[in-house]
Write a protein that binds this ligand. Structure first.
Ligand code: CO
Length: 210
């Protein structure tokens, strides 16, 4: 059997299984979504957001890209963020990086990955900013530390957006969480948490009148 056919068969089995337990499952789920969380994670196939957090359809609004970056000119991410914050009114945004991230590892190399290098430039900048600390570590530890620093940077990038600043000012939400997933044991470590009382550089804050 061709590999893609297996996916369709598994889908059929999954949907039938759901309906057997709860006959109205899809009818109710399709009515509306009311997720409490926006998940920003890596595209890596080994970090499935719902599975590692034990969540079900309807609970996570998800955006994934290479190395879970929050880039201020990325219209895709900004659209997801704005929809999640302004319309879905999520209470929490989770940036989840993971050890063993190939995107982060690639950014530490001098190889050419074509267009991907432009995307990875954001991680190269982060490495450049933290060079002294990173260069003291062996290759394995350096890659792990970069994953942690990358999550911290992306959380900070989120906090600086007008979308988050406006929501913090007007509604005192969402909280932003920085997590790292360890693929070797399946555990997520919560590293940091920011909320509307966090100290963000004044340059990014909004006036009350806007
Ligand atoms: Co990754």
């Amino acid at each position: 059997m061709e590999s893609w056919k297996r996916l369709l068969l598994q889908n059929k089995a999954w949907s039938q299984g759901k309906v057997e337990v709860l006959p109205n499952y899809f009818k109710e789920l399709s009515r509306e979504q009311n997720p409490e969380f926006l998940w920003i994670g890596c595209s890596d196939s080994r970090v499935p957001a719902e599975e590692i957090t034990g969540t079900s359809p309807g609970e996570l609004f998800v955006h994934r890209n290479m190395a879970n970056l929050v880039v201020h000119t990325d219209l895709n991410l900004l659209s997801v963020l704005q929809y999640a914050v302004d319309h879905l009114e999520v209470k929490h945004i989770i940036v989840c990086g993971h050890y063993g991230c190939t995107g982060v590892r690639a950014a530490l190399q001098k190889k050419s990955y074509g267009m991907l290098n432009t995307w990875l430039m954001h991680i190269k900048d982060l490495y450049s900013d933290n060079r002294q600390q990173i260069d003291m570590l062996d290759e394995h530890a350096a890659a792990r530390r970069m994953v942690e620093l990358n999550v911290q940077r992306q959380v900070a990038n989120l906090a600086k957006t007008e979308i988050v600043q406006r929501a913090w000012r007007d509604q005192k939400r969402p909280e932003i969480h920085g997590w790292v997933y360890d693929m070797t044991d399946g555990n997520i470590n919560g590293m940091l948490r920011l909320d509307h009382e966090s100290d963000i550089d004044e340059a990014f804050q909004l006036n009350t009148g806007l």
